[in-house]
Design a protein around this ligand. Structure first.
Ligand code: TMP
Ligand code: ASP
Length: 257
């Protein structure tokens, strides 16, 4: 604990804390059990979520790295922490959709579960005060959040991630309905690279059982569907990465000093 309290806290978000890393250019990403929904109006705790998201995100980032998608992930450090490269976060949420759900269903009155004829990419401006408004490429380039080259890069990476994750989840009986990605800029020998950052976990992607359409993601928390902890555990179990000790292994500090 002494080690943890001495570290400099760089940033605290709703589900994660970022600490100064052991070497320059690195950060430690700590996964909390805290959950929020509807722009902070609903708050709660999902026991063991941080432990599972740490593992799920590690697993997916490593696999994506193996197919050549650059990510900020370096290695998992312990139950709740992973070492990542320090990046300058591009203030956009890139959402890729395969099936109609969530805000898309609401906006256009299309039933949830409708298969889309092709994947759709949407951009949202990251701002809690504004409630992450949806933006177009015109807004993004006019306001300087990213340039057309960054946008091309993020779009092509997002589509590769989608193809890969669709197949990966389908292989374990899960339908990847949509997901949210965040990218960051990394400076390496005077060169700028765009890399995948943040996390990929049931916190930011609806996952439905292929046979029953049962939701196995944060929507169980958002919509008070019950069995929230079990849903995260089931995703980890299907990916073959559920902690050996089971839930016993998942207790850990729920708040950080
Ligand atoms: P939406 O259907 O509510 O617009 O959500 C689309 C995707 O974005 C979904 O996979 C969940 C993710 N998402 C976040 O990661 N953070 C957010 O604040 C919101 C609203 C959505
Ligand atoms: N990520 C949350 C949600 O999807 C939004 C929030 O945390 O405020 O509802």
């Amino acid at each position: 604990r002494a080690r943890m309290t001495r570290r400099r806290r760089i940033y605290e978000g709703k589900a994660k804390v970022l600490f100064e890393g052991p070497e320059p250019g690195t950060l430690v990403q700590y996964f909390k059990d805290d959950a929020t929904a509807f722009n902070n109006q609903k708050k709660g705790t999902i026991t063991g979520k941080g432990v599972l998201n740490n593992r799920i995100s590690e697993y997916l980032m490593v696999k994506l790295g193996e197919i050549g998608v650059p990510t900020h992930f370096v290695r998992r450090l312990n139950m709740r922490e992973q070492l990542v490269r320090e990046v300058e976060i591009i203030p956009l949420e890139i959402v890729v959709r395969n099936v109609v759900a969530g805000s898309l269903a609401k906006r256009f009155g299309i039933p949830e579960g409708t298969q889309l004829p092709r994947s759709i990419i949407e951009y949202y401006y990251k701002s809690d005060e504004l409630g992450d408004p949806m933006v177009s490429e015109e807004h993004i380039t006019a306001f300087g959040w990213a340039n057309p080259q960054d946008l091309d890069e993020m779009m092509s990476l997002a589509l590769r991630v989608n193809d890969f994750l669709l197949g990966l989840f389908l292989g374990v009986g899960l339908k990847l309905v949509d997901f949210k990605l965040e990218f960051g800029r990394l400076y390496e020998n005077d060169e700028m690279r765009t890399v995948l950052a943040d996390e990929i976990s049931p916190d930011n992607c609806p996952l439905w059982d292929v046979k029953t359409n049962e939701k196995l993601d944060k929507d169980r928390f958002r919509r008070d569907l019950g069995n929230v902890e079990e849903a995260y555990q089931e995703v980890a179990r299907r990916l073959g990465i559920f902690p050996e000790g089971g839930p016993r292994d998942m207790k850990g500090p729920s708040t950080m000093q």
